[in-house]
Every structure is written in C-alpha cells, then in structure tokens.
Design a protein around this ligand. Structure first.
Ligand code: NAP
Length: 541
C-alpha cells in the first residue's frame, strides 16, 4: 500500500533494515537470498552511509582499497577497478553505487527517510517501525545497519548560532563542495577528518587557523596510484584474502602482524620493525609487535619512535612541542593517516591554537574566542567527530519487550551480547554494534562477519519456524564483563577517545568496541551458532 507521497503505509514485512551503507546494502543482498520481504530505509538521498555524508576535502579511507571492498563475490568485484592505494571518498561512493546497481539493490531502499521509532509487540512478535515520512510498517525483524560513525556532533559552545559566516561539519559536508579560496577559515579539531581536510583547505584559504585540543599520532599514508600488477594480483586473491582477513586480529590481510613480544626482541629488531612499517604507511605500524597496545613500556618505544618521525616534518621548534602527542599511547586513539598534514603547519598562512593553553570560550558573530582573543573568520569547519557507536542507534526511539526503552537500558553505557543483540529487544539485531570488534578492525570485514551471521541466523529461525530470538541477560552480562576485562588488559582505556565515549560530555565512559580481535571473535560467533545459538533464548511459534 502506498500513500499520496509515495511512502509505504502499514506494510507487513519480514525485515526492516535501517541504513544503506556498506552494511545495509550487503544485508539486503543476503536477505533477498532467503526470499524474505525486506525494506531498507535510508536517511540520505543515495546509498553509501558514512561515505555519502563525509564529503569534506581530502576525505579518503585509511584502509587500503584492496581490503576496503566487499569480499563476498568474486564476480561483482571483478567488475571494479580501484585507482589508488587508499581510495578517496568520491571513488568509494562510486563503488558503492556500482555494487548497488549491479545487484539491483535500490528498488528496495526508500531514501530520504529516517527511521524515528521502533516498538515491539509481544503478542504478535512483530516490530512496528515509524519513519520521518510517516511510514508505519510492521516487520518480524529489525536490523540496525546504522554505522558506528554516523551521528555527527558539534560541541555545545556558548554562542553557537551567533556566527555570521558559514559553518560546516566534516561529517555532513555540502554535496556541491565548498570553495575556500581567499577566505579566513577556522578548523576546530585535529582527529582523522581534520588531519585529512586541513592540508586541502590550506591550499585554498587565505588564512587557516586550527584549534587543537589533543595532538594526535599521525603517520604518512603513502598514498599513490595502484599499479596494474597490484590490481590484477588483488583480484586473484580476493576471496582467499578475505578468508585470511577473518583469521587476523584487525581483519586486514595486506600486511603481517608480528606475533613476537617486544620483550623478546633486541632494540635493533624493534627499530627495524617500526621503521619498515612506518615507511610502508598505514596500520602495519600497529602490528610491529604483539604487546604494542598491552604495556606502557612496549608502547613508549613506538610512541617515541613516532614522535621522532613526526618531528622531522615540522620546522618551528615551538610547533614541534605543540604538534607532538603526549600523554596517551600510540594506537589507543585511532591512528591518523595523513598526506602532508604536519608540513601544512610550516606554511606562513597556517596557525595552530592550542586550546589546552587557551580554551575556546565561545563562538562569536565574528568567529571564535579562545584565551581571551577573538579570531575572525569567514568560515568555521567543525571537525569535531561523532557520537560514535551508540549515537545513530539511540537516535531511533526503540521500545522492546514490556515497554523497556533502549535509551534507558543503555543510559549507563551500551550492553549487548556479542554486539549483535541486547536483552529485552527480541528480533532486533545490530551490525557492528558496541561489544563487537567493529571500529578496531577493517569495517568491511566486520560488516560481512555480522551480516553473514545475522542472515544465517534468520534463515535458520525461519526454517525452524522460531517466533523470536533474544539475547539472555546472563549471556549479555558475561559478554559485557569479558569485553571490559579484555579492554582492561590493553592500553585503550588510557586515552580519552571516542572509543570510550570521552568526546561527548556526559556520555558514559565505557570502552565500546571488542578488542579481542576479529579472529577470536569469529571463533566465538561460530561456536555460538553451532551450539544452537547458545546465550540466546529461542521462542517457538
Ligand atoms: P574525532 O577523531 O573524534 O576528532 C574530533 C576532534 O575534535 C578531536 O581533535 C577532538 O579533540 C576535537 N574536539 C571535539 N570536541 C571539542 C571541543 N569541545 N573543543 C575542542 N576540540 C574538540 O573525529 P573525526 O576526526 O571525525 O574522526 C572520527 C573517526 O572517523 C576516526 O577516528 C576514524 O575512525 C574515522 N575516520 C576515518 C577516516 C579515514 O578513513 N581516513 C577519516 C575520517 C574519519 P580531542 O581529541 O581532545 O577529543
């Protein structure tokens, strides 16, 4: 049934999928394979998820193209050719559209539609899903494919809204692009998005002022065009590479993790590992030795090495002090990969303001007031990140069994079993939810891992006419404890990162992703499924 606006009203579906990024697209493909009636709702006007919204200058993936692609179909992949070692946003978005068109996905995706609420009715074991366009549909299953970094966040500075110039957020960039030529531009933030966009904005701006709260570890990406040999070789090992990726800690197969402990290596051996990995570019650096993120002693060797390399790029000794990260272990916040980021600060029209020394007091009509000084701008770019991992999920008002609200249940931090489900919310799944490796791994691998598991699970439930599946409280408690225990064995909690929710004032400080590794997690997923979904309650029809 369709109303006057063309939106579906009152339809009865098997599955509602929220989001049409990499996760939602693959889900739709797999669920169609089960002959289920699936509807995807997507807020954007097109597919792509994070790559649809993050169109800021310099936006580029930090995982190599030959790994940051679907691995489920050799045939689909053979029709695509990457051009660069790290693909830029427009190329990734073209790839996603290529896949969506090849698999004819768009006909089951309703665009420009935000899912606003979902309520579970125990009597019928059906979800009622509401959208911003007035759709009210019913479905047996709801899968949140909402992405981990999709709820863009602007800090609540006093005076927000008083600025007379233009404002932008890197995570919600104008599609027509922005021309900063001849303008005075302020950028707030120095995370991955800022590190990528600052060199590009500096090429156009008359003056660029960067407000830095925390200096980040950043390493030259070493981006370059791919050779024909690399592309051909990448094609040949696609399926095999993906199989190997599932058996690694980070879901990455283009480099080897060194499984030796730094304590078993000589200083020369350690230096050689760090040097070759730094020079190679990318996340290989974090795999230099097994205890890289396990002990301060081991990590300090790498942190010192990284600072030594970074310092070489900065000319002004005063700036070296400010731009070199201190106080958190390298890798405990997401490592940034850059192209001439630090070198940009050598340019005369680029200024760094350390907001730890001179905090941002307010936004004014003219610009930003920090440390008692007003900086006047024509445009301000907020590269201030996301309400990560939970923000997009909780932007939907979800009510489960017995009227329990997800927002209440997660008020002290997210609680899930395996990152896949949360007790009290039957037949509701999360793709790369909190409590799964997700953002600590190659997201495409993490997505395929979850989509495959969820689809196989739904297939078996349907085959055996199971009415509902729900994580059991005990299993969830044990999993949450396990995630916390593993996190406590690492240095991750030592940094104020978005992994910990530390970037959002008032957000509970909980380490959200599972740091045990994609490989270990895959074994757990397999075991749980083999044991007839151990830890989940299955209710018969
Ligand atoms: P982010 O890493 O959270 O960085 C936000 C920046 O804004 C930080 O420097 C933060 O400082 C600063 N900030 C936030 N609130 C502030 C305030 N009130 N005052 C001053 N500064 C403030 O966000 P992001 O750069 O968008 O990146 C998020 C994640 O997205 C990345 O870690 C990565 O996983 C992903 N990403 C990936 C790529 C890629 O593939 N290459 C590119 C972009 C993003 P603090 O550090 O002190 O909090």
């Amino acid at each position: 049934m369709t109303d006057a606006n063309g939106t579906g009203v009152g339809r009865d579906l098997d599955v509602v999928v929220v989001g049409a990024g990499f996760a939602g697209m693959y889900l739709l493909h797999r669920l169609r394979g089960l002959n289920l009636n699936v509807q995807v709702f997507e807020q954007g006007k097109g597919v792509g998820g994070t790559w649809y919204w993050n169109r800021y200058p310099g936006a580029r993936c930090d995982v190599e193209s030959l790994e940051y692609q679907y691995g489920f179909s050799d045939e689909v992949q053979r029709g695509w050719t990457w051009t660069e070692r790290y693909a830029a946003q427009p190329e990734i978005l073209r790839y996603q559209n290529y896949v969506a068109d090849t698999l004819d996905l768009k006909r089951d995706i309703q665009f420009e539609t935000k899912v606003t609420g979902a309520d579970y009715d125990q009597a019928t074991a059906r979800w009622t899903v509401r959208t911003s366009r007035g759709d009210v549909v019913r479905a047996k299953y709801v899968v949140m494919a909402t992405g981990c970094l999709s709820a863009a966040r602007v800090p609540d500075f006093p005076g927000m809204g008083s600025f007379k110039g233009a404002t932008y957020h890197t995570g919600d960039w104008p599609h027509e692009g922005v021309d900063f030529t001849g303008l005075r531009v302020g950028v707030i933030g120095t995370g991955s998005s800022a590190v990528q966009s600052i060199p590009e904005i500096a090429k156009q701006a008359k003056e660029l002022t960067v407000f830095q709260r925390t200096a980040n570890f950043t390493l030259p990406a070493g981006n370059r065009p791919l050779t024909e040999e690399e592309i051909a070789a990448g094609r040949e090992v696609l399926l095999e590479g993906r199989r190997r990726a599932f058996a690694t800690k980070g879901g990455l197969h283009t480099f080897e993790y060194n499984n030796r402990l730094s304590t078993d290596m000589t200083p020369e051996e350690i230096r050689k590992e760090l040097e070759s990995r730094w020079n190679a570019g990318g996340f290989a650096f974090l795999g230099a030795y097994e205890d890289f993120l396990m002990s301060w002693e081991a990590n300090t060797i790498a942190s010192d090495f990284a600072r030594e390399q970074m310092a070489k790029a900065i000319k002004d000794p005063g700036l070296v002090e400010k731009l070199l990260p201190q106080g958190h272990p390298v890798g405990a916040k997401r490592l940034c990969l850059d192209t001439h980021y630090l070198e940009t600060f050598n340019e005369p029209h680029v200024t760094l303001v350390d907001v730890r020394e001179t905090p941002i007091e307010r936004i004014s009509a003219a610009g930003v007031v920090a440390g008692g000084k007003e900086y006047a701008f024509d445009a301000i770019v907020f590269a201030t990140g996301f309400d990560a991992m939970t923000g997009a999920i909780l932007s939907v008002d979800v009510t489960g069994r017995d009227g329990a609200r997800l927002r209440d249940k997660w008020a002290a931090g997210p609680r899930t079993y395996l990152g896949l489900q949360t007790a009290g919310f039957p037949n509701l799944f999360f793709v790369t939810g909190p409590g799964s490796p997700s953002v600590l791994s190659n997201m495409i691998v993490a997505i395929e891992q979850h989509v495959d598991w969820i689809t196989n699970c739904i297939g078996r439930l349907e085959q055996h006419q199971v009415r509902a599946i729900e994580a059991q409280v005990e299993a969830e408690d044990q999993w949450v404890d396990h995630v916390n225990e593993v996190a406590a064995m690492t240095l991750y909690p030592e940094a104020n990162s978005w992994y910990m929710g530390a970037n959002v004032p008032g957000k509970p400080r909980v380490f959200m992703p599972y740091p045990g590794g994609v490989d270990v997690y895959q074994q757990k997923l397999d075991e749980v499924a083999e044991r007839n979904y151990e830890g989940f309650a299955l209710s018969p029809t």
